[in-house]
Design a protein around this ligand. Structure first.
Ligand code: SAH
Length: 560
């Protein structure tokens, strides 16, 4: 029995929803809250308190006897936003109850016991079909027992805390095997079945052919990623229905593309009918891979369907992730998800520190110091090429003066690349300064490490002449101190000495500082590599201590 206790009208409303959903499992305790909690604690296996955690802590503290005996206690806040597993997470079932309550009320379950909070991905949530002892192997992972990963196919899995040896196994295979005891079999979507069909080929004939081919080759239908055929057959009912029943998409290619694929068994019939000497083999092979089952025909006479099976190479995944300027709440949810999706993390050590707590156990971290940019980029791409899920991180936006370009310069089309944008320093600084970027603006890096100074100077001059707001990245370091004054001089040739200049150091980090000054008054010595400098255009003004660039040049006539 679950005892329900509430104090306020909002709490009572949520309580009643729970009671209505679980009439046989719940019992409402009315009356003074203290008495209600004490009575429920004595009489129920579990409690859901629509009360502040502090209040519940005080009330149940004197009643606790031990984690095997205490009831599980869940608290739901006044706003109904969180279901907190407070006491008895495991033995008392409060973790599970928090999840159930959360689901029912639309609240987020909050669970703090180690194994549940470490963020292990459930084996059934990896996005791959899974067979075998899911409960047993999950428990072993949670309990920290040795679980070995036997990957017969390279596939970009999220991190799993696996060991080289173990009494439990996770097997990643597309072969037709039964899961052994203490084993789960994960099915990567590694097989492509090329299919051809004459007009009106019955779905049973197509399916029978495909399933027979897979079975005889010792391959699992659960690993089929797609059926592939020629464009002309995109609407062939037998193929469409076969794909539907297999639960995979029917992918089609043009006859021209298929005709260009080198296949072992071309023939004249499809050439005459659809314009390619091979449909099944070519459609299966067109994206590369290993031909496991050459073209075969169905047993029906006349045979109306052909198929061929290919194992496509596991494609690694490279996520290029911008972490934002520093503050955790400026890290996007998508970036967070990609960090947890990756089994290998590559980045500068100081950026890794910024997000280390978000990584899942088992994530391999390849961190390096300043400088080794090219090497980091190469490492990330190499890891992805080995079929792994890699996240390459950078501060701000990873594409802005950062890792995305060296990485993508290395990458070939044999890996998938996903970019996650981040809040770049110019934007973080802009928000602190006010609205300096309200009109056309550029970012210019003053680092002449990779770019000759003449090029940089030409750009500064162009921005100066075009009256564009400029944000300087990499403005000044110990060894590079004359570039910023020089750049400001160039701007000053076209802008008044009183032009507002914003200087923001460590935007959104704990030691953030910002200053609003002018072109004439800026002291370059106060600027370092943690800083961006934003110089306004001729219309930029300081208004109430904020830097504001109007959206046009006619302050008075602006319609908005
Ligand atoms: N990819 C990063 C920029 C890397 S270049 C981004 O998108 O923000 C490094 C320069 O960025 C630094 O020298 C500094 O000028 C600027 N920078 C990065 N983070 C900053 C922050 N939090 N506050 C101020 N400037 C920052």
């Amino acid at each position: 029995m679950i005892g329900l206790i509430s104090a306020t009208a909002a709490g009572a409303a949520a309580r009643d929803r729970l009671a209505a959903a679980w009439p046989d499992r719940t019992r409402v305790y009315e009356g003074p809250v203290g008495d209600a909690v004490r009575a429920a604690f004595a009489q129920c296996e579990q409690l859901v308190c629509f009360l502040a955690t502090g209040a519940v802590v005080r009330l149940v503290a004197p009643l606790l006897s031990g984690k095997t005996a205490d009831p599980g206690v869940v608290c739901v806040d006044e706003g109904g936003r969180f279901a907190v597993s407070l006491v008895g997470g495991h033995a008392g079932g409060a973790n599970e109850l928090a999840r159930e309550v959360g689901e029912l009320l639309g609240a987020e379950p909050v669970v703090t016991t180690a194994t549940d909070a470490v963020g292990l991905p459930g084996l059934d949530t990896l996005g791959l079909p899974v067979e075998g002892d899911v409960a047993g192997v999950s428990r072993a992972l949670l309990d920290g027992e040795a679980v070995a990963l036997r990957a017969e196919v390279a596939w970009p899995l999220p991190p799993l805390p696996v060991a080289a040896e173990g009494s439990y196994t996770i097997r990643l295979t597309d072969r037709l095997v039964e899961a052994a005891e203490r084993e789960v079999v994960l099915r990567p979507p590694s097989l492509v079945v090329g299919v051809g069909a004459s007009k009106g080929a019955p779905v049973e004939e197509v399916l029978g052919l495909v399933e027979g081919a897979l079975r005889e080759a010792g391959l699992s239908a659960a690993s089929v990623a797609e059926l592939a055929t020629v464009d002309a057959k995109a609407g062939e009912p037998g193929l469409v229905e076969a794909a539907r029943r297999l639960g995979v998409p029917l992918v089609t290619y043009s006859a021209g593309e298929l005709a260009g694929v080198d296949v072992p068994n071309p023939s004249d019939a499809p050439l005459a009918a659809v314009g390619t000497p091979s449909v099944a083999e070519a459609a299966a092979l067109v994206r590369g891979g290993e031909l496991l089952v050459p073209k075969r025909k169905s047993a029906a006479r006349p045979a109306m369907a052909t198929c061929a099976v290919v194992r496509r190479p596991g494609r690694g995944r490279l996520a290029v992730v911008g972490l934002g300027p520093g503050a955790r709440d400026l890290l996007t949810p998508r970036a967070k998800a990609e960090l947890r999706r990756a089994s290998v993390l590559v980045g500068l050590d100081q950026y890794v520190d910024q997000i280390r707590d978000l990584l899942r156990p088992g994530t391999r971290i390849l961190e390096s110091g300043l400088g080794a940019e090219e090497e980091r980029a190469r490492t990330a791409v190499e890891e992805a090429r080995r079929g792994r899920a890699v996240a390459l991180i950078g501060s701000g936006d990873a594409g802005v003066y950062a890792m995305a370009s060296p990485a993508l310069a290395e990458a070939s089309d044999d890996i998938d690349v996903v970019g996650v944008p981040g809040v770049t320093a110019a934007l973080a600084a802009g928000a602190i300064l006010g609205a300096p970027l309200g009109h056309d603006h550029v970012s210019i890096s003053l680092s002449d490490l990779h770019t000759p100074w003449e090029v940089i100077e030409r750009r500064v001059r162009a921005a100066a002449e075009a009256d564009i707001v400029v944000t300087f990245y990499n403005p000044r370091s110990r060894g590079r101190d004359w570039q910023l004054p020089k750049a400001l001089d160039i701007l000053a040739e076209h802008r008044a000495p009183a032009t507002p200049v914003g200087v923001v150091r460590n935007a959104s980090r704990p030691d953030e500082s910002a200053r609003l000054t002018t072109l004439a008054a800026l002291d370059p010595a106060t600027v370092d590599m943690m800083t961006v400098v934003t110089v306004g255009n001729t219309a930029t003004r300081e208004i109430a201590g904020r830097m504001v660039t109007p959206r046009g040049y006619r302050w008075q006539e602006e319609p908005e």
